[in-house]
Design a binder for this molecule. Structure first.
Ligand code: 5GP
Ligand code: ZN
Length: 155
């Protein structure tokens, strides 16, 4: 998948990894509500969620878009995202979920480090515009704990 085209993706958030917000989360320079990590991936709650449980799944290795990853990395990322989605949906008692994965400024990518949004949805959200929510520190801590527990219980 890596660079099999000459097309480029413009990203105003582009910058060196040392200034990357998600690299800072990966190496602990910035706090986050981590729900899962392994050698190559980290998943944490979105600070400004569309719904309670909205989680971001990232490769630890910095890359701006999917085009910076090889096929094995893309497969690994979505494998982790699928696993996390089960824990998120179970944990917050959702009825479904969305994956959103933005690449480039035109797609509204704001953080230039590859990530998959896992957004739990309820039946009552169906067809409705979902605005950003503001959850308290306690609610975020509790939500992260619920998702971690659900992950630990996955078969
Ligand atoms: P994008 O539009 O790039 O696909 O989404 C980036 C997401 O990262 C947004 O939903 C935004 O709320 C989230 N975000 C931005 N900065 C931070 C941060 O410092 N910590 C966390 N946990 N999420 C962030
Ligand atoms: Zn990064």
């Amino acid at each position: 998948m890596k660079s099999s085209t000459n097309a480029t993706i413009r990203n105003s958030a582009s910058g060196p990894p040392q200034y990357c917000v998600f690299c800072k989360i990966v190496d602990g320079r910035l706090p986050s509500y981590v729900v899962y990590q392994d050698e190559s991936h980290i998943a944490f709650l979105d600070i400004n969620p569309f719904s309670k449980g909205h989680t971001l799944v990232c490769p630890k290795r910095h890359g701006e878009t999917m085009w910076d990853m090889d096929e094995a990395e893309i497969g690994g990322l979505f494998r982790v995202a699928a696993k996390v989605s089960r824990a998120v949906v179970t944990g917050v008692h959702a009825d479904g979920f969305r994956f959103i994965q933005n690449n480039g400024e035109a797609a509204n990518q704001v953080v230039a480090h590859v990530h998959v949004h896992v957004i739990p949805v309820m039946f009552e959200d169906k067809g409705r515009f979902m605005g950003r929510k503001s959850l308290s520190n306690e609610e975020m801590m509790e939500t992260a704990q619920i998702i971690r527990a659900a992950l630990a219980n996955l078969v």
